[in-house]
Design a binder for this molecule. Sequence first.
Ligand code: C6P
Length: 409
Amino acid sequence: MDASPLDIDRIRRDFPILQKTVNDKPLVYLDNAATAQKPQAVIDAISNYYSGCNANVHRGVHRLSVDATDAYEGARSKIREFIGAGRVEEIIYVRGATEAINLVAQTYGQANVGTGDEVIISTLEHHSNIVPWQILCKQLGATLRVVPINDAGEFLFDEYEAMLGPRTKLVAINHVSNALGTINPVKRIVEKAHEHGAAVLVDGAQAVPHVMVDVRALDCDFYTFSSHKLFGPTGVGALYGKFDILEAMPLYQSGGDMIKSVTFEKTTYNDLPYRFEAGTPNIAGAVGLGAAIDYVTELGMDNIARYEHDLGRYAAEALSSVPEVRLIGTAREKAAVVSFVVDGVHPHDIGTILDQEGIAIRTGHHCAQPVMERFGVVATARASMAFYNTRDEIDKLVDAVTKVIKVFR
Ligand code: C6P
């Protein structure tokens, strides 16, 4: 076995749901790319917020409101540090990665993309990083261009370089693919885009929970992620944007908190980051996200990445040793995600039978239909791992898949 500094048995005890049985079997949770489980520290932080200092933020001089504001803004500072941003003003709370991408498309995109211009994405994108750009391009008469991938599910860099030109205004790319686990060469993608004067949005939904992210080292213009995949609560996430870009961006939603003063004649708008945070935010969610960041920081993102890399390889090797299993996505740089198909067995049947064994995986198109189309499948079965998963659980997965194959033979 490995010599990981992570004490997985102890870590597993931090997650109440991992003690559960499903269909009288110990839960094997391998659907972390869909959403990750929450440690007790996150559950407590949310509960303590509601029982100890629930109030609205930025609006009151009373004790509770001051405490709630401190907790909410404290979590923003944790996000800044966690992703290596320079200033807290560069961190905007959103509902999640999807909202962040829509925000950038309808603000930065509306202001900087024109008729005849081009937006570049890749075949690997989640629908949340396709549809907002499709809509924007349609609104503006711009063109959406798609960088293809090879048979391993890797971004084709040469094709990307050839696509870049004076009309390229924006590149939107995921850091890690949710459907295949491919890790994209984001730093090089950003460098090339900048040589052509194009801005880059990185969808980090599947990266932030698994690898160390440093937005300044990447030099991306925008970076987005969702709390719920980072062991925090649903309904909250963050958009990072470079300060000068955010300052120049048109407004998104309007209402309370994003203003400085309002008369019927004229409204003046708030400073960053509040200018993009209209309405009462998800305060408890932000506090929970802050606790999740504390939790993974304590474990060490490098330790997490190393452990998961080993586990992902183990899973890929174990599954590919089953002759009927075909892996979809075999990139050299991969997160701990294994997508696979079994000829003659629908992935939904695999998922349903695995559930009877207490094993949770996702089956379907994973909101990445163009990836499925590229590989000529309608769906895959996907096991996505986190640092609390073990080799023993992977062995159970492989045994269960073998059982499924026997049922259908
Ligand atoms: N992928 C999955 O099972 P939201 O829903 O906004 O939190 O995240 C959207 C999103 C954006 N980009 C990537 C790369 C993603 O993986 C996801 C969410 C989940 O793969 C749910 S569809």
